[in-house]
Design a binder for this molecule. Structure first.
Ligand code: AMP
Length: 594
């Protein structure tokens, strides 16, 4: 077993007593991963023995893993949907959980075009809080002096809806930020935000962002870390600064507040922040009016030690843009979580994004791992899930969870690869979310393959100082044969040397070359897929796409650019912003299998 270097000694030197306790807790949990898991399952099954769901499987009081696994099936959201719908409609009987369902958490995952509704119970907030409380003690091992300044984190809430039965439905982070756990958190010198609660809790995303940016600008010297939940959120904040710096510097110069900020409690709270500071306004205006925004983060916030954003999984494509704006600051991916359950944390948060491994905390839920062998011939044998402590290094698994809130053997849909162990707890690289993005014929292209193809093609743009800042795709089956359409938003760092049409045609081919062999076979041999098309869209198009998604109910915190689109209004929006189209000029290589 490979041992994480920090586990062989104790986990470094804690910054303070509180940290020592948290680190000790991580050590205990990870040393006893298997027995903690056994206890978690027993607790969940004992307390929920009388639920309609579990009674249906005649566990007869058994709480051991073997009985549980032999009697309770592995399920997907779609299997539970009728039960979830009953809860949403107002049935308060113990259907999934013996504890009352306190609210629904709306996942960014969808089922039949609708957001998934995850039932949760009150005490889950404590569990989430517990995971949050471990993040700073770990970070303090790697970055010193975080108590000497503040964090500029762009955090947002989203408006809530109610189910027909009256339960609140909202994103998990909205639920957390609105909870007392967050609102009345005790002062912690290592975790001071520049954003006041009133700004984070303002439901209007413009006003919230405006106030958070203004506070961050006023405190530019104190800011030691800059972040958002996902990388896309931080880039949205940079874009916001690009669009609004004139008004922001006006406010700083005069000590007044943009009249577009109308929220009363936010206005009142901002009076405590605002003061006329012409020197600061001049400085920010000088930096923002330059055409070149390279290293803008460190120019404006010169003491930033790292960015805190998730750049694993689908967010990996933002790394070059973040590096551009931050001059390559470290990017800390601190945790791995979902609406269903918070899973774990990164015990080495300053590592490079490609090295990130998350340690699943065995106390959060009961975890199982379905072996996932994408290239196996498929012998038709049902694969058996393995327990947390029994996964093998190098192998990929699909995560299956049993939660305190009443999900039993639920497939999350994430594929994880085991990289090493910390004590007896495995650490996982997030590989991708299991799904097929594009398919025209028998080909199936998933998110990771598409991402790799984009990366391959975008190498051709490097010498033109151009990068792909956003992309999405579409399986265009209106043409015969159908073909892949890839929408690209490009960032040309200097306009003199932008990529020619010919180069962009070659990018189409480079993408095809790196797609899987089934795709290339369809292209070359079956002629069932036409040449891949790249449509370059105007700058700002993907921001409009996000605005559109938000206007339709998506949450800023959770928003991820869809890597495949097929919804007509979105396609129309994209197509109306196209500035040039390019097709693959040649067939990709393909060698018949023998
Ligand atoms: P949601 O339910 O909308 O909160 O989305 C949860 C999903 O986001 C997870 O199941 C993952 O697919 C993805 N996700 C969450 N945290 C990470 C992370 N640290 N790295 C990569 N993907 C993540």
């Amino acid at each position: 077993m490979e041992i994480d270097p920090i586990s062989s000694t104790q986990m470094g030197t804690p910054a303070r007593q509180k940290d020592a306790k948290a680190l000790q807790f991580i050590e205990e949990m990870t040393r006893n991963a298997d027995s903690v898991q056994q206890n978690v399952l027993a607790q969940i099954l004992t307390r929920n023995a009388e639920t309609e769901y579990l009674k249906g499987f005649s566990l007869d009081g058994a709480t051991d893993r073997e009985t549980f696994k032999s009697k309770v099936p592995i399920v997907t959201y779609e299997d539970l949907q009728p039960l979830i719908q009953r809860i949403a409609n107002g049935d308060r009987s113990p259907i999934l959980s013996s504890h009352p369902i306190s609210e629904f958490l709306t996942s960014s995952g969808t089922s039949a075009g609708e957001r998934k509704l995850m039932p949760t119970i009150k005490e889950e907030l404590d569990r989430r809080q517990l995971l949050y409380s471990l993040l700073m003690p770990v970070m303090n091992l790697y970055v010193k002096g975080l108590d000497k300044g503040k964090a500029l984190y762009f955090l947002f809430i989203k408006s809530e809806t109610r189910t027909p039965g009256g339960l609140v439905a909202r994103p998990v982070l909205t639920s957390y930020y609105k909870s007392d756990h967050f609102k009345t958190r005790p002062y912690d010198p290592y975790n001071v935000y520049t954003s006041p609660n009133e700004a984070i809790l303002c439901p209007d995303s413009f006003q919230s962002m405006y106030a958070q940016m203004l506070c961050g600008l006023y405190e530019r010297e104190q800011v030691l870390r800059v972040g958002a939940v996902f990388a896309s959120g931080l880039l949205r904040a940079i874009r916001f600064l690009q669009l609004n710096w004139q008004q922001l510097t006006h406010d700083i110069r005069t000590g007044s507040l943009n009249p577009k900020v109308t929220d009363i409690s936010l206005r009142e709270c901002m009076t405590r922040v605002l003061r006329p500071d012409p020197d600061l306004a001049d400085f920010i205006a000088r930096e923002c009016e330059k055409d070149n925004w390279e290293r803008i983060i460190t120019r404006i916030w010169p003491n930033t030690k790292y960015l805190e954003v998730i750049v694993t999984g689908a967010m990996a494509q933002y790394i070059p843009t973040l590096d551009y704006y931050s001059g390559g600051l470290p990017k800390a991916c601190t945790m791995y979580a979902s609406s269903e359950c918070y899973f774990g944390l990164n015990l080495n948060p300053m590592c490079s994004p490609s090295e990130v491994s998350y340690t699943i905390m065995p106390n959060m839920a009961y975890f199982e791992f379905l072996p996932h062998e994408p290239n196996s011939p498929g012998l038709g044998l049902p694969v058996q899930p393995v327990d947390l402590a029994n996964v093998e290094i190098g192998k990929e698994y699909e995560l299956v969870i049993t939660t305190y809130a009443g999900l039993y053997r639920y497939r999350v849909g994430d594929i994880l690869r085991v990289t090493r162990f910390h004590n007896s707890a495995p650490q996982f690289q997030f590989v991708r979310r299991k799904n097929v993005l594009l398919s025209i014929d028998s080909d199936k292209t998933d998110e990771a393959e598409l991402q790799a193809a984009i990366e391959n093609a975008s190498q051709l743009l490097q010498k033109f100082n151009t990068s792909v800042v956003e992309y999405t795709s579409y399986a265009d089956t209106k043409t015969i044969p159908g073909h892949y359409v890839i929408y690209w938003e490009l960032l040309a760092k200097d306009s003199e040397t932008s990529a020619s049409d010919e180069v962009l045609d070659q990018c189409c081919l480079a993408m095809e070359e790196s797609l899987n062999s089934v795709y290339r076979q369809c292209r070359v041999s079956d002629n069932s897929i036409g040449p891949l098309e790249i449509r370059v869209v105007k700058n700002g198009t993907f921001e409009e796409l996000m605005d559109y998604a938000i206007s339709r109910g998506a949450s800023i915190n959770q928003y991820k650019v869809p890597r495949c689109v097929n919804f007509t209004p979105i396609m129309e929006l994209l197509d109306s912003r196209v500035v040039s189209t390019h097709f693959s000029p040649l067939l990709p290589h393909w060698i018949p299998e023998r």
